[in-house]
Design a binder for this molecule. Structure first.
Ligand SMILES: [Zn+2]
Length: 243
């Protein structure tokens, strides 16, 4: 299940929610890396439910599947984006993959300077997608605080979070500690499983278990470029060797 990712790779929130033209809504404006036109990536795999070209080229993207909210809630999510100058690449019913560049900042509609206006809504697209709020602004149905909808990770550069805190996606490691990762992990039906915790650092080299003779030689799939914690998806029966 997907965790919706903050859709601007350079977070620079120039107007927060519940203020100015965002009164009575959880809308935020993001102006990206600079004054030029930055792209917006799909926060989740979704389908375009509505485009409103006569105003600010508003686009509603509804998640194809339920997503995981930062508090652990699982539900559909709908997002509204506005101000792209040209949405001729989009149409209702188009499916956008998570991470795909599908929208851009712009100035279409009531916008000063290139930015994207975005709002999160809990659940699926409903009704016409939005309603006029008590301050007279059109805002997404079932609007929800973006910090309670969107996650961040290391791919997001935070230039100005406007004081908001977004929950970070923490990658899960295949074993519980880096200590274990340094040893080959043998995962099969053999009775004996090499101990991975009792060897001292001094004889770690010598105790490295070699792949069995009848196994195909290990295939290089990844060379680690920097110290970090990595997640890896393994299929049942696959073996992992590290050197
Ligand atoms: Zn706005």
């Amino acid at each position: 299940m997907e965790k919706p990712l903050y859709p601007s790779p350079y977070m620079r929130i120039t107007q927060g929610y519940m203020t100015g033209t965002h009164r009575d809504s959880y809308a935020i404006d993001d102006a990206g890396s600079d004054s030029g036109i930055d792209y917006i990536i799909a926060p989740f795999t979704g389908i375009i439910k509505k485009i409103y070209p006569s105003d600010a080229n508003e686009v509603w993207l509804e998640s194809l599947e339920p997503v995981i909210y930062p508090d652990g809630t699982v539900d559909y999510m709908t997002m509204l984006f506005a101000h792209d100058n040209d949405v001729s690449n989009l149409f209702v019913g188009k499916v956008i993959a998570k991470g795909e560049r599908f929208y851009e900042e712009g100035t279409k509609g009531n916008a000063s300077g290139n930015h994207v206006h975005m709002e999160c809504g809990k659940g699926k697209f409903t009704g016409s997608g939005w309603h006029q709020n008590n301050s007279g602004y059109w805002s997404i149905n079932n609007g929800k605080n973006p910090t309670e909808c969107l996650w961040i990770d290391d791919s997001i550069t935070i230039l100005n979070s406007n004081g908001y805190t977004f929950k970070k996606i923490v990658e899960e490691t295949p074993s519980s500690s880096t200590e274990n990762i340094e040893e080959p992990i043998i995962d099969d039906n053999e009775e004996e499983t090499p101990s991975v915790t009792t060897e001292s650092d001094s004889n770690r080299e010598e105790t490295t278990t070699k792949p069995e003779e009848n196994e195909p030689p290990p295939k290089l799939i990844f060379t680690c470029q920097k110290d970090d914690t990595y997640a890896i998806e393994l299929k049942k029966g696959q073996k992992l060797y590290l050197s």
